[in-house]
Ligand binder design. Structure first.
Ligand code: PEP
Ligand code: MN
Length: 267
């Protein structure tokens, strides 16, 4: 089946093209930078990153409190323990937070602090979670499952829409292929195809596709050239001692250079 045969669900065709959250409109023309560490590891490290990234012009922040990890022995995120101080940091800096819900319980815990609910790659086909997220009243950033088809991704988005959510952000983050040079293969074509076929904003996550810092800038630029209207990108001043995804998180300086490069129109 080729792309022209994929049917866009009616509810997806009726979704919002512009999603305004606090002081920023995603899909409104300005490139949406959603930056921050892979995981929030302490109040101090999050504050440090937020204050530096805010100075670099970032308004939307990654805020990973619940982390889906490949090993049960790996750091699982601060979870409930992070919710209290996150609310304070959010108020202090006046920022917008994007945070991943893993299940109904984490979704409920996140609702008071997260402005946008992220559904991660591993949960892209978790239909019960999609129904809950769709009913939450918040915009949902829906990542592509790393082994799912475009039709399945659209079906996942339709679960959100059927539960009342019309503010959906599609995020391409790479799929599993035979390549061994990057963590996943960024499907640049799907970014272009979605821009041509759905009204919803489409963004790129170059960090999880790349798996290493040096590949993040070219993948970001490729995604933007294909039409991505924003990027979910890992930036962490304390990357060297990070508990997860240490090798793919940019320093604030590298991120700032990349941001300026893209905003100068070097796509
Ligand atoms: C993330 O963005 O924090 C994440 C876990 O990414 P993914 O779901 O794409 O693996
Ligand atoms: Mn990560």
């Amino acid at each position: 089946m080729w792309n022209h045969e994929i049917k866009i669900p009616e509810r997806i065709a009726g979704c919002a093209g512009e999603i305004t959250v606090n002081d920023f409109c995603i899909g409104g023309g300005e490139f949406a930078w959603i930056a921050g560490p892979c995981a929030v590891e302490s109040a101090e490290m999050f504050c440090d990153n937020v204050s530096k990234l805010k100075s670099a012009g970032v308004k939307l922040f990654r805020c990973g409190l619940f982390k889906p990890r490949s090993s049960p022995d790996s750091f699982q995120g601060l979870r409930k323990d992070g919710i209290g101080f996150i609310a304070g940091i959010k108020k202090e800096f006046g920022i917008t937070l994007v945070s991943e819900a893993l299940d109904r319980e984490s979704l409920q815990l996140l609702l008071p602090v997260a402005d946008i609910i992220q559904i991660g790659s591993r949960n892209a086909l978790n239909y019960e979670l999609l129904k809950d997220a769709g009913r939450s009243g918040k915009p949902v950033l829906l990542k592509r499952g790393f082994s799912i088809t475009v039709a399945e991704w659209l079906g996942a988005a339709d679960y959100l829409a059927a539960s009342g959510c019309r503010e959906i952000i599609f995020c391409e983050r790479g799929i599993r292929t035979v390549t061994e040079i990057s963590r996943f293969t960024l499907d640049v074509a799907v970014i272009a195809w979605l821009r041509q076929n759905v009204p919803s904003p489409v963004i790129v996550d170059p960090s999880h596709a790349a798996g290493c810092c040096s590949l993040v800038p070219p993948l970001l630029m490729a995604g933007a050239a294909a039409g991505a209207q924003g990027a979910l990108i890992e930036v962490n001043e304390q990357a060297k001692c990070a508990n997860c995804d240490a090798g793919q998180q940019l320093s604030v300086q590298k991120f700032t250079e990349l941001k300026q490069h893209l905003e100068k129109g070097c796509r």
